[in-house]
Each structure stands twice: as C-alpha cells, then as structure tokens.
Write a protein that binds this ligand. Structure first.
Ligand code: FES
Length: 402
C-alpha cells in the first residue's frame, strides 16, 4: 500500500528521511531561518527572452535528456494512453497487452497528423489517425491503411510510429524523446534518480497510487518562472490565503541529489512533535516531501495524497503549458472523496490563480527589460540549484540536437 513505510513506522528510507526532515525543520523554525545557498545568485533576463536559448533548453533539457512523465496508475489497462507535449515532440504513452509501457511520437507517418489528444483508451487496440484513417497497433506498427492497393510501395519500417525511450519502475515513468532504438534499454529509473532517491522511491509505493484527476493550464511566462514559483519558500506572500494557512513559510530544508532535489516543507502542526520521542512520530503528518525532478517536475508526497506539477515550455520563450495531477493512496488513508476534491481544487487554484499569474507579472517586466537581471536569494536554494543545473546541462551537452 502506498505510504505504508510511514504509517507502520517501519525502518525504511522514506520514514528515516521523513524523521530527518521533521527534525531539521523544527530546528529551522526554532532558529528562525531556512536552509540557504552560499551566495545570492543573479540570473540575466536573456534567459527568459532569447529564442536561441529557448531552443537549446527545449532540445537538450526536454528531448535529449529523460524527463518525468507520470505515474503507472495513470495507465493501468491495455490500450490506455496519455499524451505529453514535450517542446517540439508530441508523445503518446500506451499500455501494452503484456503490461509493459511503450512511447511513440504522437504523429502519423502519412502526413504527420496528431493521432490522439489528452488521455483515454484506444478502441480495439488500434490508434486510428483522424486524418485519413491509417491505423497502428499498440506496438506502433502500421496495421492498415486506406486505399493500400493504389498508394504505392513503402518500406514497412518507415511507417512504424517513431519510438520514444520509456523507463518505468516503482510506479514512476520517465521518457526520453530523442532515444534511438539502441538507447531504449539503457533508460533505467534507478539510474535516473540516483542512489538515495531510489531508496525512497522504492519504498513509497507509488505503484499503488490511484489516479484522482489532472488538468492542464497555461501561462504567458517562461517555463522557468512558472517552476520557480513552486520552489520558493515564500508561501505567505505568494499563497497568503491558501498554502500559507497550512504550511510554514520561510522555513524549508533543501537537499540536492545530483540534478534533482528534495525540499522538506513543514505543516503548522509540526510543533506537536517537539515533545515526543522520535520513535512515536508520524512525521508525514507534519512535513511533506517536495521532490524536484530535473528539469521540470515538482512531485509532492503528503500524508493524504501525492501530486505533481509538470512544467513544459510552450511554443515561444514566454509561453508555458503545465499539467497538475493528483493521486490518492489506495484506500484513501482516511480521507473522503470530498476532502480529496477540496485539496485537488485548492492545489489548482494556487497553481493557476496564484503561481501562473505571478510568473506572468514577472515575465511582463522582463519582456519590457525593466530590469536586466533577477536575483535569487540565499534563502531560495532550490531555485538556485535549478539554475545551476540548467546551465550545467546546456554547457556540457556535446551531442547533436534533435
Ligand atoms: S495523416 Fe494520418 S492517415 Fe493521413
């Protein structure tokens, strides 16, 4: 069952980490501080405006490198699919009859029409192109085409849907759009997460999560600004009447895990732990795990639910398309559907009405070049880490671009 290690107080990586996060957060609150970076960072505004930088980010961060693509619970039945629009590469993931997961470029090999939108199930295990009804099996092979007798000869290999690298493990899915066939086997969730996060993900029970709901939203701001709003500890100013009512503002732990990161965000109830022996703690009731899966996903594990926000570049530097998805532990862990609906809607409100609008406000002034750089404080270590990792990935990439 999802979140079991925390519930049973078993000595597992998530529980040990939850106790550590709770202990560290209590100390930060007591000392009236937060985890800090070494120095204040300056980020030039060109990073949010320059079309060449935007194209490199889209290609290197989102097509050449693996990105988080969701939870297994979104695709449980054969023929069930979901689409993800990586910049410059629409992707469709589909569950196979043997339980495995495959990914393809969501483009017909005839004239390139988009095969499916959103999420759903394909009828008769067949993707039927809405344009001229070329049909594809779940394995991506062309199964039938209209007027085949008169179309003329074509190489069968050239009509298969183009594969996308997929890795699935512990209920988590990653994709790599630029994967050539020989790369597909090399994509491994454990290797992508690194040792310490793997130990936690292995025990969270994400594979047992039930999909509750998801929604896309857009922002007229650069994708990095939209993501930044998820990583700041300034809840009392950005989300004064929503998240700040429940969680501590300005006191968060930060740990880098390679390009990824983990923030611990304390609920206001955490003071209840202060007088208790750690063995008696149910720490997840008082501190939530906020994973930042490089380059674009914020994955939150709370006592009652798990949710993620996947931020994707839109068609130009000042456009973002994002997806929020919410999951419940099987059995609900004591929460009714009404409570989950309330939390789901609250998350959406904070994302759409608060975070995305704040990012637009900032983008507006950056576009006008009202400032020539932005500042990221020592008290925003997760934001700083992201910017360092963006630059590192872009600078060290030496391959060709798809
Ligand atoms: S574009 Fe798909 S059948 Fe023509």
């Amino acid at each position: 069952m999802a979140l079991l290690p925390i519930e049973t107080n078993a000595d597992t990586a998530p529980r040990r980490k939850a106790v550590e996060l709770a202990r560290r957060t209590l100390a930060l609150i007591e000392a009236k501080t937060t985890d800090q970076a070494a120095t204040v960072m300056e980020v030039p505004v060109d990073g949010y405006l320059d079309p060449d930088r935007f194209q490199r980010e889209s290609a290197i961060l989102f097509r050449e490198r693996p990105v988080f693509a969701g939870f297994s619970g979104e695709l449980t039945e054969p023929g069930q699919y979901k689409t993800i629009d990586l910049p410059g590469c629409p992707v469709v993931l589909v569950r196979q009859r043997d339980g495995s997961l495959r990914g393809f470029v969501n483009a017909c090999r005839h004239r390139g029409a988009r095969l499916v939108d959103g999420a759903g199930s394909v009828a008769g295990d067949t993707f039927s192109c809405p344009s001229h009804t070329w049909c594809y099996g779940l394995d991506g092979a062309l199964s039938s085409m209209r007027a085949a007798r008169t179309f003329g000869h074509i190489d069968p290999d050239s009509t298969r849907l183009r594969p996308v690298g997929v890795a699935e493990g512990w209920g988590v899915i990653f994709i790599r759009a630029a994967s050539a066939d020989h790369d597909l086997r090399e994509l491994d969730v454990g290797a992508l997460l690194g040792e310490e996060l793997s130990e936690q993900f292995e025990h969270w029970g994400f594979g047992d999560l039930e999909f509750f709901g998801s929604r896309g939203f857009e922002s007229a701001a650069n994708w990095k600004l939209v993501l930044d709003t998820q990583l700041e500890p300034f809840l009392s100013t950005v989300h004064p009447s929503s998240l700040a009512n429940m969680n501590y503002s300005d006191h968060a732990t930060f740990d880098a895990h390679g390009a990824h990161a983990l923030m611990g965000v304390a609920r206001k109830s955490i003071g209840a732990l202060a007088g208790m022996a750690e063995e008696e703690w149910d720490p997840l009731e008082h501190v939530q795990f906020t994973y930042v899966l490089f380059p674009n996903t914020v994955l939150t594990v709370a006592a009652s639910h798990v949710e993620y926000v996947q931020v994707l570049p839109g068609r130009e530097p000042a456009r973002t398309a994002a997806v929020h998805a919410y999951f419940t532990p099987r059995g609900g862990r004591g929460s009714s559907d009404e409570r989950h609906t309330e939390r789901y809607n609250r998350s959406l409100r904070t994302l759409v009405d608060e975070s995305a609008r704040l990012a637009e406000n900032i983008q507006h002034n950056l576009t006008a070049r009202a400032v020539d750089r932005i500042l990221v404080g020592r008290n925003e270590p997760a934001v700083q880490h992201q910017y360092r990792m963006y630059d590192e990935a872009l600078q060290h990439y030496s391959g060709g671009l798809t």
